[in-house]
Every structure is written in structure tokens, then in C-alpha cells.
Design a protein around this ligand. Structure first.
Ligand code: ZN
Ligand code: ZN
Length: 553
């Protein structure tokens, strides 16, 4: 490693993933303040929610600070293939146009996204072997295998002339992950001995005591549970949790059942896993139509939709309109997954529909059918013992997770813990670490085919429309500003009994209109707008969005 120049600094800049679980986007900068080189670690999305951002599919970080100096952005490096780490690449890469690095399984899934976005001619992710190393300007990166809930999760050791950062990515300690490598504890300890400046670490489960548990135990438990069931079984899980898919398939096989994959994501992920050498022991798969011909106790459906996603296979099965799969009395659905906060309403609605069909529901509430992919407190403690950093930087969490994580790190004798916020520029070295600047940051919504700044206020406007509907009024004036006809009124999303009150409220301001003093009708438009809103409020208790247009003939 070169020796640092006099003005060199190593900085950390989260633009997403701090203060929220999702949308991970972390940048590391190195060099003098006026000429920093950057690498980006992960580029993920957050899913829109109907309640807060109606009509928005995806939420992404605002990266204009880096886009404006994209010649200094050396690469995007993906730690693993979850959507909250790679989902924004097709949307944000065109603003950076730098190389993208990932291990093979992750690279295949990124390629799939680029193809869908029509970008596969312009960007080919560069494949890094497991435990591989890459040099990027002043940075040297080492990929370190860890365990999580998807194939090929990696921590990164980021070496710079001013010190080494361990960026954990998403991880847990699973001594028997059942697929892929175990955590490379030796590599992490070696870094600790070498001397780690900062550990930038997953906070998802920082509020949960103990350990997350092993996939091997889930495999035993699911095998036993499936043995107790006599009719058709559907198991739903995240398609990306390939070890879990294998667990479910082997549990089915052990109980004399054949497996059918239901849902596009299941096929996409298992194809990517096979191409990269995983799933060698996966039993042969039936297609949905073949499976329907089997006796009920000989089949197991592996289905998408554990989070209540309305277009996924399980939702269609629950609505009884799936072309090949139907479930009914005596059949069982196992949710081998957790309820992601925010999805609870959709999941319970789905479960109610299934219960209505007479289907038995088995969930992680009362059966051991799932383990988390993120580190609980004992595992976090282990990570700090291995890496022994000078600074702990908790990321990948809401503020409550991050602050508790920081407290835990301090209790483990980490000299300094910094809870970052998106947009804060944090100097890690030289000198004592701390926030030195704030850069533009925020969220961008993918709304249909358009990317739009969250600050533009569209979501607020849509929520207002959803809450109280709208009134559109057209006033017609002649060339001298005199009222020339009845106003046109369009009312949307407002209960019928309120309409008369709104219409009736316009007479008064129209009567008071003074054409001489208000020739363009601007004052009239405002008093009509207010009168309509007031009438709605008096009759209904709500103020609709109200627009008034003046047409002069
Ligand atoms: Zn994540
Ligand atoms: Zn993850």
C-alpha cells in the first residue's frame, strides 16, 4: 500500500440505507478534499408503500452528488444480490456509467436486470471470484465469504493508504448454511490482527438478543413438519433464499413428495443458482400442470408471494384464480419467512383468504420454519471481537437499530461509534472520525416509467387526492370580465350528498364579482375556490383538492 499524501482523507458517505432498512448505497472516498476518488458499495431499492407513496413502485437514493463528478466514481461493487443492494443498478447506473463488480451469482442476477432495462449492451458486470481481490485507484478490495440468506454474500475489506475498512454487507453467523461457504472467520480475524480502522456493519437485528440460528435446524424442523401433513402442501419463501428452497425441496423428497415451482421468481433464481454450480442435490422439478395430476400427498408447491405481494403466485392461489394450482379444505400453506414490517396488512389479508378456503396455515409464529439472515446481538459482538475496529459505523437499519447497535459496540470497547445519516460525509481518517460535511441527498421515486424527486411532492398530492377527492371548476368570463354563463364543475371521489353543497356555494362569489375591478377574474377564481372548499368542509368534514380555471371568451 502506498503512503498517504499530506492532504489525503478517507471518507464514508452513505446516500441510502441509514435510517431505513433498504435502498443501501454507501460510498467511500479517498484523496484530498478537492480530488476524491469514489467507490460505491451496493446500489439498492426500497419498495414503495401504498400508504405513504401511492402508485410508486420503487424508491432509490438521490445520487446527484456523485453523478456530478462521475469521472471520479471508479466502480459500483455489489456485496450480494438482494434487491435492497442491487435493485437500483439499472436505474442509477446511467448517471454514473462506471464498471460494476460482483461475484458470479450476483453478477448473473444483475445481468438479468440489465437485460430487462435494455442496458445489456452497455454494461457487463465484471465477475469477481469468491475470495477475490480487485484494485480500484487508491482502494484495494478483498471479498470475504460470509453467510446470509442468499448465495454468495460477501463482506469487503477495503484497504487504503490510511487504513482498512471492513464493510460487512448483510451477514449472520451460520455454522451450517447448507449452501455455499461458511463465514471466513480466519480472514476477519486476520484483518483484526492487521488492524482495522472501521467496521461498517449491518444493524437489522441489533435489537434482537442471542443468535439468528442455523439453516440446518430449519431443514430438520421442516422435514419433520411436512411429515405430519397429509394433503397438498404449498410452502412460500423468498425465492432468493436458495438454501431455503433446497431445504424445502429435500424435506419434500424425504417425505415422498415431488416439488413444483410456482412463480416466475422461483425459476429465475433457481436458474441462476444452477448456472453458478449450486443446487446440485435439488430433486427434479415438476411443472405446475403435471403436479396437479398427482395425489395430494405426493406433491409440494414451492410458491412466491410470502409478503402478500398482490401479483405473486400465492395471492392468485388464495383468490382461487391460479391457472394450475388450487388449494382447499385440508391442504396446508407453510410460511417459511418472516413478516417484513409494513407488509403485515397484506400478509394477514392473504392468510385470511387462505383460511377462508379451509387451508391450514403454519407460520414462524408457532413452528420453527424460518431463521433470519441478519446478525443478532451475540453475532454482532463476535464480529467486533474478530475485527477489533477503532470505529464502529452501524448502517442498514432504522435509527433505533443503528443507535442500539452503536451502544452495543461501545459496550464492547470499540473506542468510537458513529451513527451516520444519509448525506453525511464522515471522515474516517486521519484524526478523530466525525461528520465533516453534508451533501445533497434524498429519495427518488420510480413512478411508472419516470424517475422523480421525492421532494417534488407528488406523493403528498396523491395522498390528498386519495383522502378527500377533488373539485375542478371552470369559470367563463367575456372580454370585459363579466360572467358569461354557468360555471363547469367536475367532482371526483366525493360522496354524492356533498355535491349539492359544493355547487350551491358558487352563487355567492359569482354574484359579488366586480368585472371592472377584477377583469381577468383572478380574485373571483380564488373566492370560488375557497367557497367550494368551505362548503365541502361544512357538509362533509373534509377539504378536497380544489382547482379553478378561468376561460375568457
Ligand atoms: Zn440488505
Ligand atoms: Zn441481504
Amino acid at each position: 500500500m502506498k503512503t498517504p499524501r499530506r492532504d489525503d482523507e478517507l471518507v464514508f458517505l452513505p446516500l441510502g440505507g441509514s435510517g431505513e432498512i433498504g435502498m443501501n448505497f454507501n460510498a467511500y472516498g479517498y484523496g484530498p478534499p478537492d480530488d476524491r476518488k469514489w467507490i460505491v458499495v451496493d446500489c439498492g431499492v426500497l419498495f414503495g408503500r401504498e400508504t405513504t407513496s401511492p402508485g410508486v413502485d420503487l424508491i432509490m437514493p438521490d445520487i446527484r452528488f456523485l453523478a456530478e463528478q462521475r469521472e471520479n466514481v471508479l466502480a459500483i461493487v455489489a456485496t450480494h444480490a438482494h434487491e435492497d443492494h442491487i435493485g437500483a443498478i439499472p436505474h442509477l447506473w446511467p448517471m454514473l456509467r462506471c464498471p460494476v463488480y460482483a461475484t458470479p451469482f450476483t453478477a448473473i442476477l444483475i445481468e438479468g436486470k440489465l437485460e430487462e432495462a435494455g442496458l445489456s449492451d452497455r454494461l457487463h458486470p465484471r465477475r469477481v471470484p469468491l475470495s477475490g481481490r480487485i484494485a480500484l485507484g487508491p482502494f484495494e478490495l478483498e471479498f470475504i465469504s460470509i453467510t446470509h440468506s442468499i448465495p454468495e454474500p460477501n463482506a469487503l475489506a477495503i484497504r487504503t493508504p490510511l487504513g482498512v475498512v471492513v464493510h460487512t454487507g448483510d451477514w449472520k453467523i451460520d455454522p451450517e448454511p447448507m449452501l455455499g461457504e461458511v463465514t471466513n472467520v480466519n480472514a476477519l480475524k486476520r484483518l483484526g490482527d492487521e488492524g482495522v480502522l472501521a467496521t461498517v456493519c449491518d444493524s437489522t437485528n441489533a435489537l434482537v438478543a442471542g443468535e439468528s440460528g442455523s439453516e440446518a435446524r430449519v431443514r430438520e424442523s421442516l422435514t419433520a413438519l411436512i411429515g405430519t401433513l397429509k394433503n397438498r402442501i404449498a410452502v412460500t419463501s423468498f425465492a432468493s433464499n436458495v438454501a431455503r428452497l433446497e431445504t424445502i425441496a429435500l424435506a419434500a423428497k424425504a417425505n415422498g413428495r415431488q416439488v413444483a415451482l410456482v412463480g416466475r421468481a422461483m425459476h429465475k433464481i433457481t436458474d441462476a443458482a444452477r448456472q453458478t454450480g449450486y443446487l446440485k442435490h435439488f430433486p427434479p422439478i415438476l411443472d405446475e400442470a403435471e403436479a396437479a395430476q398427482l395425489p395430494p400427498n405426493r406433491v409440494l408447491y414451492l410458491v412466491t408471494g410470502s409478503q402478500g405481494e398482490p401479483r405473486a403466485a400465492l395471492a392468485r392461489i388464495a383468490d382461487n384464480n391460479h391457472p394450475n394450482v388450487s388449494l382447499g379444505k385440508g391442504d396446508a400453506v407453510i410460511f417459511s419467512s418472516r413478516v417484513i414490517p409494513g407488509n403485515d396488512i397484506a400478509i394477514f389479508e392473504l392468510q385470511n383468504k387462505l383460511a377462508g378456503l379451509g387451508v391450514e396455515l403454519l407460520t414462524s409464529e408457532d413452528h420453527f420454519v424460518h431463521v433470519s439472515g441478519h446478525p443478532c446481538r451475540d453475532e454482532l459482538a463476535e464480529m467486533y471481537r474478530w475485527t477489533q475496529p477503532q470505529i464502529a459505523v452501524p448502517v442498514h437499519g432504522e435509527l433505533r437499530h443503528q443507535t442500539e447497535h452503536a451502544r452495543l459496540a461501545r459496550s464492547l470497547q470499540v473506542p468510537q461509534a458513529i451513527v451516520p445519516e444519509n448525506g453525511q460525509l464522515i471522515r474516517l481518517a486521519p484524526g478523530r472520525a466525525g461528520v465533516i460535511d453534508e451533501v445533497p441527498s434524498g429519495r427518488v421515486h420510480k413512478d411508472g416509467r419516470v424517475l422523480i424527486d421525492e421532494g417534488a411532492g407528488l406523493s403528498r398530492q396523491r395522498r390528498a387526492l386519495a383522502f378527500a377527492g377533488m373539485i375542478a371548476i371552470t369559470l367563463v368570463l367575456d372580454g370585459k370580465g363579466r360572467v358569461a354563463g354557468e360555471p363547469g364543475i367536475i367532482i371526483e371521489g366525493i360522496p354524492e350528498p356533498v355535491h349539492a353543497a359544493i355547487r350551491g356555494a358558487l352563487a355567492e362569489p359569482l354574484k359579488r364579482h366586480n368585472a371592472k375591478r377584477d377583469e381577468d377574474g383572478r380574485d373571483l377564481a380564488e373566492s370560488v375556490r375557497r367557497a367550494a372548499r368551505r362548503a365541502a368542509e361544512n357538509a362533509w368534514g373534509k377539504k378536497p383538492v380544489t382547482r379553478v380555471e378561468v376561460v375568457q371568451i
